[in-house]
Design a protein around this ligand. Structure first.
Ligand SMILES: *[C@@H]1O[C@H](CO)[C@@H](O)[C@H](O)[C@H]1NC(C)=O
Ligand SMILES: *[C@@H]1O[C@H](CO)[C@@H](O)[C@H](O)[C@H]1NC(C)=O
Ligand SMILES: *[C@@H]1O[C@H](CO)[C@@H](O)[C@H](O)[C@H]1NC(C)=O
Ligand SMILES: *[C@@H]1O[C@H](CO)[C@@H](O)[C@H](O)[C@H]1NC(C)=O
Ligand SMILES: *[C@@H]1O[C@H](CO)[C@@H](O)[C@H](O)[C@H]1NC(C)=O
Ligand SMILES: *[C@@H]1O[C@H](CO)[C@@H](O)[C@H](O)[C@H]1NC(C)=O
Length: 587
């Protein structure tokens, strides 16, 4: 269970990224006139937009606004020579979204049109959806060809191996180049016969006399005699001072705490499995290493012995990092630390944390990751969203043009060169679920306004708030616990100004799961629980002993645990063999 949890944590979730490498613009006929600034390209003849040397993506999404100096002009769009679309362009800017699959390293986007036309595009952005790491080819939207298809052993480069090659140590089942400094065992007497054969159920103590105190690593090789079908739940438990013991499951080849599984020479008419563990130890606190063993199989318990021990006092791991400006990253290309003055956000190193994230230890942490009870109901983050899903229905429409613009990593609504959000109002009804408060946040700019009365308005359940142009952002928390909420957003501007919104978020602070009514996020803040929760004590408002409450009901604590808070957080172990061997008390 712990194992599954670890792998869940390290999974990397892919998403759309904007291509930040420089685009190259070239006329197709050399006499064509092209005017270009950051957000606007004007041309009187066909041209090519190029990005070079991109790797490992599967899908492209192009966003731009386009217009021509005539209406109903057809522009032929080709990508790497292949016809993709005819754009029907008007005299006013219109937003285009084009998505297609693409694998080549260069992208050449060609706009073809006649000489009698002047064609303009603005806010051109190209987004890529990348193939997951370890995926070679992924046109279908999923990985079509995994380099390491379902490798259940260890991953070394593009191979699936039983054991990492020399000079490599496995970490989360990936072989990492590691340099180790081994201690000469002669200098540190081990006063035991390490090869003694033990039954599962017996223990062995190793007394090691260290000349010095240090934090180090122990490599320990066990030969285990048994049969997988009978002994799969046998355990070797290596005791650690002031830390949770390390467990090795010798007959379950799951590579948890182990570096290899190998066949060895049969004895006692039993199979022999050789497993190698590699464990961090704090040797300053511990001169005795005790290895306990246990088997559920009472009659035929199987045997084990220690084959070899090596100790190391230095370990340096070399992760190859392909993330820009990342100082240190893990085996699966998850950046853990950016270079100085940069912050880690969504596995990239950025100069500035996006708004609605919190700066902490060189990282930008999203509010909802920091606070588990926060749930985003609306999030304006990418320009792929629909206006309707963000703002709701237009209820008072002046036929104003309102669209998305993506600039400097931020999505704006109503900010295009021709966009005029002046008097349009949007209405949205939100179903919030069980919650105890809400929070509305957005950045606002009222551009080109001439009147002091110009303002942006928002209405929550009938109560209206005005935001004047001297205010550039709103952060409005509010106690609220009704399930349905009506929200109106509108711009009220008299002349030629316009409203521009960015970083728009609406979030609720949730009740704990299965709670019908609450005043805060904790289980103790719950005033009423859902009916019919199995194994739930409604008098005490909590699960029966031996169970804990999760999102779906009362769940049994882990094996050997008497009282627990969550599956991995046991407050009290049982007073029996299961408790002694399977239960990991939470420290
Ligand atoms: C338009 O392009 C032609 C070449 O195709 C060029 O000779 C002409 O000067 C351009 N017109 C303008 C207004 O830039
Ligand atoms: C549109 O622009 C082209 C190129 O600049 C020009 O030759 C043409 O006369 C323009 N047409 C109109 C109707 O303005
Ligand atoms: C985007 O960044 C550029 C360069 O840093 C800056 O000139 C421009 O004003 C920025 N745009 C917005 C909308 O912040
Ligand atoms: C958005 O609002 C936040 C409020 O903290 C502010 O720090 C940030 O500069 C604003 N962004 C823009 C583009 O105005
Ligand atoms: C902004 O302007 C409005 C109206 O002009 C005024 O009522 C409000 O106090 C001002 N707010 C700030 C923060 O200056
Ligand atoms: C700003 O307002 C003036 C009139 O007050 C108008 O002529 C001008 O076009 C406006 N500028 C923009 C960029 O909307």
């Amino acid at each position: 269970m712990l194992l599954i949890f670890l792998f869940f944590l390290i999974q990397w979730i892919n998403c759309w990224n904007v291509i930040t490498s420089k685009k190259i613009i070239e006329p197709i006929n050399n006499d064509n006139f092209i005017m270009e600034d950051d957000y606007l390209i004007v041309s009187n003849g066909s041209y090519l937009l190029k990005y070079e040397g991109l790797q490992g993506y599967r899908k492209l999404h192009m966003i731009f606004d386009a217009k021509a100096n005539l209406s109903q002009v057809e522009i032929l769009l080709k990508v790497n020579g292949i016809k993709r679309n005819f754009l029907v362009v008007e005299k006013d800017f219109k937003e285009f979204h084009i998505e297609f699959e693409h694998q080549a390293a260069d992208i050449k986007i060609q706009f073809n049109f006649g000489e009698q036309i002047q064609f303009s595009i603005r806010n051109f952005n190209l987004f890529i959806e990348e193939c997951p790491k370890n995926c070679k080819y992924c046109l279908s939207g999923y990985c079509d060809l995994e380099i390491l298809d379902q490798c259940e052993k260890l991953r070394y480069k593009n191979q699936c191996v039983d054991e990492c090659p020399k000079g490599y140590i496995s970490e989360f089942r990936e072989c990492i180049k590691t340099s180790l400094n081994q201690l000469g065992l002669n200098q540190m007497s081990i006063d035991n016969d390490i090869g003694q054969t033990k039954k599962f159920g017996e223990s062995q103590e190793l007394h090691i006399d260290f000349g010095q105190n240090f934090v180090g690593w122990m490599e320990i090789v066990f030969n285990c005699y048994g049969k997988q079908q009978d002994h799969y739940n046998s355990i070797l438990k290596i005791f650690k001072e002031n830390a949770q013991p390390e467990l090795i499951h010798p007959f379950l080849p799951i590579y948890y705490n182990t570096q290899s599984y190998k066949q060895c020479k049969q004895r006692f008419e039993l199979d022999c499995i050789q497993v190698k563990g590699y464990l961090k130890m704090e040797f300053q606190e511990q001169n005795t290493i005790t290895i306990y063993s246990y088997s559920k199989n009472v009659e035929n318990t199987g045997f084990w012995n220690i084959d070899e021990i090596k100790l190391y006092d230095k370990e340096i791991k070399y992760y190859e990092c392909t993330i820009n400006e990342c100082e240190s990253c893990s085996f699966n290309q998850v950046c853990s630390q950016c270079k100085v003055n940069l912050y880690l956000y969504e596995n990239q190193c950025v100069k500035q944390c996006p708004y609605f994230t919190i700066k902490k230890d060189g990282k930008c942490i999203k509010i909802d990751e920091e606070q588990k009870d926060v749930s985003f109901i609306i999030k304006l983050d990418s320009p792929f969203q629909e206006l309707l899903s963000i703002f709701g229905q237009k209820t008072f429409d002046m036929k104003e043009q309102i669209s998305f613009r993506y600039e400097n990593g931020t999505t704006y609504i109503g900010g295009g060169l021709k966009d005029n959000w002046r008097r349009t109002t949007f209405t949205k009804q939100l179903n919030l679920g069980k919650h105890y408060s809400i929070r509305l946040m957005f950045n606002l700019s009222i551009e080109n306004s001439t009147s002091e009365l110009d303002c942006f308005t928002y209405t929550i359940d009938g109560k209206t708030y005005l935001v004047h142009k001297n205010v550039s952002y709103i952060d409005h928390p509010l106690y609220h616990n009704k399930n349905i909420l009506n929200l109106n957003l509108g711009c009220k501007i008299s002349n030629n100004g316009r409203c521009v919104i960015s970083n728009y978020y609406f979030m609720t602070m949730k009740c704990s799961p299965l709670c019908l009514q609450c005043v805060g996020p904790l289980q103790s803040d719950c005033k009423a629980y859902q009916k019919d929760i199995d194994k739930f004590d409604y008098q005490k408002q909590k699960c029966l002993e031996g169970y804990y409450l999760d999102d779906y009901g009362c769940i049994k604590c882990s094996v050997g645990c008497l009282i627990c808070e969550t599956y991995n957080k046991c407050l009290k172990c049982k007073d029996d063999k299961d408790g002694e061997f399977y239960c990991l008390p939470y420290i």
